[in-house]
Design a protein around this ligand. Structure first.
Ligand code: GTP
Ligand code: MG
Ligand code: ZN
Length: 381
């Protein structure tokens, strides 16, 4: 198998750092009994083993089992598309034939959760970013341009739609124009997403030695604005036996953050373009790493766009109070663009709802309505 992996240009399994051990995660009861049922249906076939997909390199999976770490191919039913392909985080039934060195994924066990995005162009073109993720960390870099609240709100809706918990990470805090600016950004994000969503700011590169950056002042400002600061506050969110995923554009500092948590440069990073601060799509694999004394985190390639299509449940989770208010609009089909008797406009005026939060809701709901007719496969034209 290693020869086959080498032929495809995949990294050798022995060279992979910080791959979670089998015991670092546990299947749910449903997944465990689905595995037992599958094995029983195969008369207790000893070649079958339980494992989770800990890595995908250009769609080639690596699976962690109790007996070891294996490169695996898809069984025919998956290969042909009769069954869905496994994503990182999926619990699977792995077949390891004694006479062969090729392992086969026979079945993907029921998902407790899946983080899904619309790839953006065609109808029905969905991509499962990862499965069985408990927490999505939405990474948004500070610095060059104004903080993209739209991007944060959009990511929050997609992530919440999957059923995962969410938290926002403002990365590269050392690039904030000042500690006051950082405090404003933290406050804006909190107003945007509501008090229940944790907002963290951090600097993954060690800035303590730098004279132009006062890390303590940044930390104070963040905390005063109701946020949390630093790597330790990220680590606190990563409960043992759980999986988190870092979601963000290329260059947001996802891999740098994970390296800082790991205390070693296990993941490749590279500089952003000077001209426009854009990342270089450095991370190409989706992979799990185990953070010492904490949980498992998935690093994945940066996502350029995250269109909202059919993410109603996510919208409701993030903007529940706004949606509830919208029931009071005079017209049932109010678009909240200046119609008379619009309850959202009313709530903005009285200060009951934060205007930025209302505006974000309206623009995301508009987009979702538009896409519903052009992209959603459940809507027939
Ligand atoms: N100043 C500063 N730069 C940072 C920080 N974190 C990351 N960077 C820089 O940002 C650039 C991009 O970081 P990466 O970690 O590769 O970004 P990424 O999100 O993993 O990007 P992709 O893998 O392309 O999706 C690198 O040059 C990092 O050194 C930080 O806290 N402060
Ligand atoms: Mg990366
Ligand atoms: Zn309205």
């Amino acid at each position: 198998m290693d020869d086959a992996a080498a032929m495809r240009g995949l990294p050798a399994l022995e060279s992979l750092a910080r791959v979670p051990a089998f015991d670092d995660l546990a299947p749910s009861e449903r997944q465990r009994s689905a595995f037992d049922a599958f094995v029983a249906a195969c008369d207790g076939d000893l070649e079958l083993e339980l494992g989770f997909v800990c890595r995908l390199d250009r769609n080639f999976p690596a699976v962690r089992c109790a007996s070891g770490l294996y490169r695996a191919e898809h069984a025919e039913r998956i290969y042909k598309g009769d069954l869905e392909r496994p994503a990182v985080g999926d619990w699977v039934v792995l077949r390891r034939p004694e006479a062969h060195d090729v392992a086969l994924i026979e079945e993907v066990l029921p998902r407790e959760q899946a983080l899904v995005r619309w790839r953006g162009s065609q109808r029905g073109d969905l991509q499962v970013l990862a499965a069985n993720v408990e927490l999505v960390l939405i990474a948004q870099p500070l610095g060059r341009e104004a903080l993209s609240l739209n991007r944060i709100a959009r990511s929050a809706v997609v992530a919440a739609d999957s059923g995962a918990e969410i938290a926002v990470l403002l990365t590269k805090a050392d690039r904030a124009a000042s500690s006051e600016e950082l405090a404003h950004d933290v406050a804006h994000v909190r107003a945007l997403l509501g008090e229940r969503v944790r907002v963290l700011a951090l600097c993954a590169l060690d800035a303590r030695e730098r004279e132009d950056v006062d890390v303590d002042a940044l930390a104070d400002a963040t905390v005063r604005a109701g946020g949390h600061f630093g790597l330790s506050s990220v680590r606190e969110l990563l409960a043992p036996q759980t999986t988190a995923l870092v979601l963000g554009e290329s260059g947001a500092g996802k891999s740098t953050l994970l390296n800082a948590l790991l205390g070693e440069a296990a993941l490749k990073t590279s500089s952003v373009r000077r001209s426009d601060d854009a990342g270089r799509h450095t991370t190409v694999a989706r992979r799990m790493v185990k953070v010492p004394d904490a949980g498992v985190v998935i690093d994945c390639p940066g996502l350029r766009n995250l269109p909202l299509v059919g993410h109603e449940s996510g919208l409701e989770k993030v903007f529940g109070d706004v949606m509830e208010r919208a029931w009071e609009c005079r017209f049932r089909d109010c678009t909240h663009h200046g119609e008379p008797g619009c309850a959202l406009a009313g709530a903005e005026e009285t200060g009951e709802l934060d205007p930025a939060r209302v505006e974000a809701y309206i623009s995301l709901a508009d987009e979702m309505r538009r896409h519903a007719t052009s992209l959603d496969p459940d809507v027939t034209l």
